[in-house]
Write a protein that binds this ligand. Structure first.
Ligand SMILES: C[S@@+](CC[C@H](N)C(=O)[O-])C[C@H]1O[C@@H](n2cnc3c(N)ncnc32)[C@H](O)[C@@H]1O
Length: 303
């Protein structure tokens, strides 16, 4: 399968421009996927340049790039620092992360990411993760489920939904995405389109299964450690739960967005924010690739 059918890269020109590439520099693509961003970076590097990429989904390895300047690390980007240390990478000039899941992951019915297909409850990006959506939905307590729906899906009737999941799994079993959809349909809040509600429910479970917010925070903190002064961090997010930590971290160096000043009243945010407002795709890009619709691009430079 060609990389372009695997995933169409989002905000490609804008994000690569945001890295402010120097041809002989060293860069990291934290979310390799189909390799669209990685290929564009490699094209801009000279023979001294280097690119390291991460992806925790073994399917992404099929898009590996045969180039001696490139190395694909098939692991979670939350191990960024472990790998830079292990590989003796002492100087990183820029990092890009294009968060969430690829089109390939959504479109493979058996991965269980999409409510468009009836499939086993899975939703793991890393297929070696022992906890899939099945374990999460069948083994979590009602309270844990309520917190997942409320925190990761911003679902307004998370109590009712959690109770209904527990009831359904006891009586009928909860094995497939169709079972989950039937439960969600039963408790659909008034005035909410079913597709929107299913989107929230599936998002909540996906985030919990892959521990996405914790991994994102670990990655952001480590990016600050590994980047050279003047190095850029470029992040593309797809929903507010991803965008908020990035925005807060860039504006303050912490996840509460708390701005600190030193004893002399100087701002001690480690970042210079390059995008005061996030960049978003043009109408043209959205027409060509509707999955780019909710993308936001933020760029910051390490001071
Ligand atoms: C939106 S896609 C990236 C697409 C890529 N930029 C391209 O142009 O093809 C996100 C990718 O990041 C991977 N991913 C998400 N979270 C990850 C994490 N914590 N560690 C490593 N890879 C991750 C997913 O498996 C997926 O392949």
């Amino acid at each position: 399968m060609k990389a372009i059918t695997y995933h169409i890269p989002v905000l490609l020109q804008e994000s690569i421009a945001g890295l402010n590439l120097s041809p002989s520099g060293t860069y990291i693509d934290a979310t390799f996927g189909g390799g669209g961003h990685s290929r564009t970076i490699l094209n801009a590097l000279d023979k001294k340049g280097h690119l390291y990429a991460f992806d925790q989904d073994e399917d992404a390895v099929r898009n590996d790039i045969n180039d001696r300047r490139f190395l694909l690390i098939p692991h979670n980007y939350s191990f960024l620092k472990n790998y830079t240390e292990y590989l003796d990478i002492n100087s990183v000039d820029g990092i890009i992360a294009d968060l969430g899941i690829s089109s390939h992951q959504v479109d493979m019915a058996e991965r269980g990411f999409s409510y468009r297909y009836d499939a086993p409850l899975d939703m793991r990006m890393d297929k070696t993760n022992p906890i899939s959506a099945y374990e999460l939905l069948n083994e979590s307590t009602e309270e844990e489920l309520r917190n997942i729906f409320s925190n990761y899906g911003e679902i307004t009737n998370s109590n009712t939904l959690a109770r209904e999941v527990v009831l359904a799994r006891t009586i009928l079993g909860m094995r497939t995405t169709a079972h989950l959809m039937a439960v969600a349909e039963k408790v659909l809040p008034h005035n909410l389109p079913l597709k929107k509600y299913l989107g929230q429910v599936f998002q909540a479970i996906r985030i919990a299964v892959n521990d996405e917010i914790n991994n994102l925070q670990k990655f952001l903190l480590q990016s600050l450690d590994v980047l050279n002064p003047g190095g850029r961090l470029v992040v593309i997010t797809y929903h507010s739960l991803e965008d908020r930590p990035v925005k807060d971290f860039f504006s303050s160096g912490n996840f509460l967005g708390l701005k600190h000043k030193d004893l002399h009243g100087n701002d001690n945010n480690p970042w210079k924010v390059i995008t005061k407002k996030p960049l978003i795709p043009t109408d043209e890009e959205i027409n060509f690739n509707p999955r780019a619709r909710s993308a936001k691009l933020r760029i910051a430079e390490k001071k």
